[in-house]
Design a binder for this molecule. Structure first.
Ligand code: SF4
Length: 516
C-alpha cells in the first residue's frame, strides 16, 4: 500500500517526520507492508499533517494526523481507506481542492518531488521538449500570446521581458529566478519549490532556450532551507538526466543552473537589489534605467521572473498559449495561486483563475476567521499591500480592477484580521517594517518610515488640534514616500497606512465607529 506523508516545510513544522516515523514503525510491528512516499503539500495547511492512502478509487485523505492518532487510524483500517474521524474521503473531492483550477500547481502534493519518473508520468518536460523543437522567437511568442504576467507582484508581461532580452546584443545572457518570497502571508513559491522543483527548472530551461541564456540562478531566501536542499538535489538529478547542462533536452544548447542563498534581507526581493546580492554585493536597489533586461546580472541582459511565473511556462508550452489564455478575465489571464493566511479557519493555497472575489476566497475557501469573530480587515499583496475596503470584497479580483481602486494583487497573499484588530497598530507596523527593511538608499523611505512610526504614535496619544495636525502630517508623509521613493519598499508602504486610515477612520479617532 502506498502512503503519502508530506515533506513540505509546513507539514514538517507540525510533525510530519514524526508521523512518517510512527507509521513506518507501527506498520512494521503489525506486519503491514507500506511504501512511504514523501510528497509535497496539497496546500490544505489546516489539515497538515495530511496523510493520504492510495486505494483503487483514488487517494483517501486523513488529517490533521499526529503521532498519537496513528494507532487508531491503523486500527480503523486506514490502509484500506476506511472511515475514521480524521478521514476526509477522496482527496480530490475535498471541496477546497475540487473547486480549484490547478494549472501551475497541478503536480504539487501529487508527486514525489524529486522522482524524475513521477514528474515525467505527470506531464513533466512536455513544455521543454516542445520548446526545444521550436524556433526561439516562437517560444517567446507563445509566452506573449498566453498573456502571462509577472506573478511576483509587478504583473509586467513576461513575454515582453523575454523579447527584450532575446533582442539584446551579446553572447552572455542570464535567467534569474526571484525566490526571495519575503511577503508576510505568502508561501506559494516555497510550496512549488519543495513540491515540484522540476517544474521551475523546466520553466527556466525554456526561458534560456527562448532568449539564448546559458546560465541561470535561483535566488532563494535563507529562511527556506528545505526549498534550497530540494532544488539543489533536483538540479543535480535533472542535469544527470540531460534536462540541464551542455545539451538541454537534446537541443544542442547549454543551460546551467545554480541556487544562490539570500541573507535575510526583504529588499533583496526587489529585482535590482537581488542582482547585487547574486553578484556578491550588499543588496541595495539600483537606479533604473538601465533595465535589467538590457543591463542586468554582471551587466548582461537578464530575464528576471518570479518562481510562479517561470513555473507556469511549462504548461503554456505544453498545452499552447490559447489554453492558458482561456482562463482569467480582462488583461489578467490565467490563474493565480492565492495564499490565505492570518486569522482564518482554513489557511492554504487556492489556485483559481482571475475573477473570483476576496469574499469567496476568505469565506468559501478560508471558512472565515479561526476565532469565529467577524472579519474586519483583509490585506492583499503582502506587507506593502492595501487593506481592501470591505465594500470591495465582492469585486472580481484582477490586476486592473484592483489598481483602479488603489489596491494591489501582488503575489496573491491575503492576511485576514478579525474585529479585534487595531488598524492604527497595523499601520504602525507597516511603517516600522519599512524602517527595519529599508536599504537606506533614498531619504523618503529611510527617514520617512521612522517619522511615520512617530507620527502614528502621536495620533494614538494626542487629541484635539494636535491630533488633526498629525493626521494631516501622516497624509503628507505618505505622499512624499509614494512619490519620492526609488522602489516599491518606500513607494508602497503608504498603501497599507492610507487604506487603514481611509477605511477604518474610527480606529484613528477620526469619526465614530462604523460597521465594517
Ligand atoms: Fe532603498 Fe527604500 Fe529607497 Fe527602495 S525605497 S531604494 S528600499 S531606501
Amino acid at each position: 500500500v502506498r502512503v503519502y506523508v508530506p515533506r513540505d516545510a509546513a507539514a514538517l513544522a507540525v510533525g510530519a517526520d514524526a508521523v512518517a516515523g510512527a507509521l513506518a514503525q507501527q506498520c512494521a510491528a503489525r506486519g503491514l507492508q507500506i511504501e512511504l512516499v514523501r510528497n509535497g503539500s496539497r496546500g490544505l495547511l489546516w489539515l497538515e499533517t495530511l496523510v493520504e492512502v492510495e486505494t483503487a478509487e483514488g487517494r483517501v485523505a486523513y488529517g490533521p494526523v499526529d503521532v498519537e492518532a496513528v494507532a487508531s487510524l491503523l486500527d480503523a483500517g486506514m490502509l484500506q481507506g476506511q472511515p475514521h474521524a480524521l478521514c476526509h474521503g477522496l482527496t480530490e473531492q475535498i471541496p477546497y481542492l475540487a473547486k480549484q483550477e490547478r494549472l501551475t500547481f497541478a503536480r504539487v502534493g501529487v508527486i514525489d518531488p524529486l522522482n524524475l519518473k513521477d514528474y515525467e508520468a505527470h506531464g513533466g518536460w512536455q513544455g521543454l521538449k516542445a520548446a526545444a523543437a521550436m524556433a526561439p522567437e516562437a517560444v517567446v511568442q507563445q509566452v506573449l500570446d498566453s498573456g502571462l504576467r509577472g506573478r511576483g507582484g509587478a504583473a509586467f508581461p513576461a513575454g515582453i521581458k523575454w523579447k527584450t532580452v532575446a533582442a539584446a546584443a551579446g553572447p552572455q545572457k542570464y535567467i534569474a529566478c526571484n525566490a526571495d518570497e519575503g511577503d508576510s502571508g505568502t508561501f506559494a513559491d516555497r510550496l512549488l519549490m519543495e513540491g515540484d522543483p522540476y517544474c521551475l527548472i523546466e520553466g527556466m530551461a525554456i526561458a534560456a532556450l527562448a532568449v539564448g541564456a546559458a546560465q541561470g540562478y535561483i535566488y532563494v531566501r535563507s529562511e527556506y532551507p528545505h526549498a534550497i536542499a530540494t532544488l539543489n538535489e533536483a538540479i543535480a538529478r535533472a542535469s544527470a538526466a540531460g534536462w540541464l547542462g551542455s545539451n538541454v533536452a537534446g537541443s544542442g544548447k547549454a543551460f546551467h543552473l545554480e541556487v544562490r542563498k539570500g541573507a535575510g534581507s526583504y529588499v533583496c526581493g526587489e529585482e535590482t537589489a537581488m542582482l547585487e546580492s547574486i553578484e556578491g554585493k550588499r543588496g541595495i536597489v539600483r537606479a533604473k534605467p538601465p533595465l535589467p533586461a538590457i543591463e542586468g546580472l554582471f551587466g548582461k541582459p537578464t530575464v528576471i521572473n518570479n518562481v510562479i511565473t517561470l513555473a507556469t511556462v511549462p504548461i503554456i508550452l505544453a498545452k499552447g498559449a490559447a489554453f492558458y489564455q482561456g482562463y482569467g478575465m480582462g488583461r489578467s489571464r490565467g490563474t493565480l495561486p492565492f495564499q490565505i493566511a492570518g486569522n482564518v479557519a482554513r489557511g492554504g493555497l487556492v489556485e483559481k483563475a482571475f475573477g473570483l472575489s476576496l469574499r469567496e476566497l476568505v469565506e468559501d475557501f478560508g471558512g472565515g476567521t479561526i476565532t469565529g469573530r467577524p472579519i474586519k480587515a483583509i490585506q492583499v499583496g503582502g506587507p506593502l499591500g492595501s487593506y481592501v475596503a470591505p465594500s470591495d470584497w465582492n469585486d472580481p479580483l484582477d490586476y486592473e480592477g484592483y489598481a483602479a481602486k488603489g489596491n494591489v494583487v501582488g503575489h496573491g497573499g491575503l492576511v485576514v484580521h478579525d474585529d479585534t484588530a487595531d488598524m492604527t497598530q497595523l499601520a504602525r507596523y507597516a511603517m516600522e517594517f519599512c524602517a527595519i527593511e529599508s536599504c537606506g538608499k533614498c531619504t523618503p523611505c529611510r527617514i520617512g518610515s521612522t517619522r511615520g512610526v512617530e507620527v502614528i504614535d502621536r495620533i494614538t496619544s494626542n487629541t484635539g488640534a494636535a491630533h488633526a495636525a498629525n493626521v494631516a502630517l501622516l497624509e503628507s508623509l505618505c505622499d512624499t514616500m509614494l512619490n519620492g521613493s526609488m522602489c516599491a519598499m518606500g513607494g508602497m508602504t503608504p498603501y497599507p497606512v492610507r487604506s487603514a486610515l481611509k477605511h477604518y477612520p474610527a480606529d484613528f479617532g477620526i469619526e465614530p465607529v462604523q460597521a465594517a
